[in-house]
Design a protein. Structure first.
Length: 234
């Protein structure tokens, strides 16, 4: 059976989405090694670049997504969304977004990261391997993303729902992400708008000593996010 071509996949979308997808593919191709394969996955409706999947372009009704295999890549501009352990995505709605230098830097980092042997990736990113266990938690709330973000960054409001473990904010990208610490453990927190009055928060709590402690902390986060949801929707 013949493989689906890029043109055949994109023929199912509007001219605007087709043009945006072609521009994104050209950008990715310019950053990938010359011999990197490109293949259409018709089931996923993605155009995949690299061995396995380093980067991919996914056309949608009114935009495209660019998928990256490196979920842990540095993202100071907060472009990546989603909570996948293996990869995340970037929503692209315009040519201007594709020309953002921060996007090119992130895609270039994903390509470089894919060339590093897996056991060395953590050391390449952070200077030493990430140790310990992790706890993930997420919650969708009926509140705008800016309101959700403020509930985290306002010290008084945060104290009302976070419980007995004070969270220290270390850095923020407004409305997108923040870095924090819970006691001695680092947190990566991401925010995603789901509409004008709906948003989601995702937590990656790292460097936990044991699997049992990670499970306990995940339960504490579930309770804390339930309190946060009640506070914002009450």
């Amino acid at each position: 059976m013949a493989e689906t071509s890029r043109d055949e996949l994109l023929a199912n979308y509007s001219p605007a989405v087709r043009a945006l997808a072609e521009e994104a593919c050209d950008l990715i191709r310019s950053l990938m090694p010359a011999d990197a394969p490109e293949k259409v996955h018709p089931g996923w409706k993605n155009i995949i670049f690299g061995h396995g999947m380093v980067l991919a372009v996914g056309p949608l009704k009114d935009r495209i997504n660019i998928m990256l295999a490196g979920a842990g890549l540095p993202d100071p501009s907060g472009l990546m969304e989603g909570s996948g352990k293996a990869g995340r995505h970037i929503k692209i709605r315009s040519s201007e977004a594709l020309r953002n230098p921060a996007l090119a830097d992130l895609l270039r980092a994903a390509v470089a990261d894919s060339a590093v042997p897996a056991p060395q990736r953590a050391a390449t990113r952070a200077g030493e391997p990430v140790s310990g266990h992790r706890a993930y938690a997420s919650k969708t709330v009926n509140a705008p993303v800016d309101r959700l973000f403020a509930a985290w960054t306002d010290d008084g409001e945060r104290a009302g729902w976070a419980g007995d473990h004070p969270i220290t904010i270390r850095g923020t990208t407004p409305g997108k992400s923040l870095r924090a610490r819970w006691e001695a453990m680092p947190l990566d927190v991401r925010f995603e708008a789901k509409g004008e009055a709906k948003s989601a928060v995702t937590i990656d709590h790292r460097e936990i000593g044991t699997a049992e402690e990670a499970a306990r902390i995940k339960g504490l986060w579930k309770e804390a996010l339930d309190r946060l949801k009640a506070s914002l929707e009450g």
